[in-house]
Design a protein around this ligand. Structure first.
Ligand SMILES: [Zn+2]
Length: 84
C-alpha cells in the first residue's frame, strides 16, 4: 500500500521541491499544442520548474531534439518546394 502511495506522489509532485501543486503545460513556444503533450510537459506552480511527468526529468533535451527535427522538416520542405 505504502509503495503505491509513494509512486502516486512521485508521479504527481514536483521533483525539485516536492510540491503537489503541479499542472500540465498546455502550450509552449517550442512545441505549440502538440509538443507539451508528447513530452508530458508539466509545470510546478510552487517553484516554476518544468519537467516530464513520466520520466520526472527536465524536458530540455527532448525540446532541443524536437525543435531540431521540426527545423529539419521545415528546411527540407522549403528545399523541396524551391527545387520542385
Ligand atoms: Zn517545484
Amino acid at each position: 500500500m505504502s509503495d503505491q502511495l509513494d509512486e502516486f506522489n512521485n508521479e504527481n509532485g514536483c521533483p525539485i521541491c516536492n510540491s503537489p501543486l503541479v499542472s500540465p503545460v498546455k502550450y509552449t513556444w517550442w512545441g505549440g499544442l502538440i509538443g507539451p503533450k508528447l513530452f508530458h510537459h508539466t509545470k510546478c506552480e510552487a517553484c516554476g520548474y518544468r519537467f516530464n511527468s513520466k520520466t520526472r526529468k527536465s524536458n530540455t533535451t527532448a525540446i532541443v531534439i524536437y525543435s531540431l527535427v521540426l527545423f529539419a522538416i521545415a528546411f527540407a520542405l522549403m528545399f523541396y518546394i524551391k527545387t520542385a
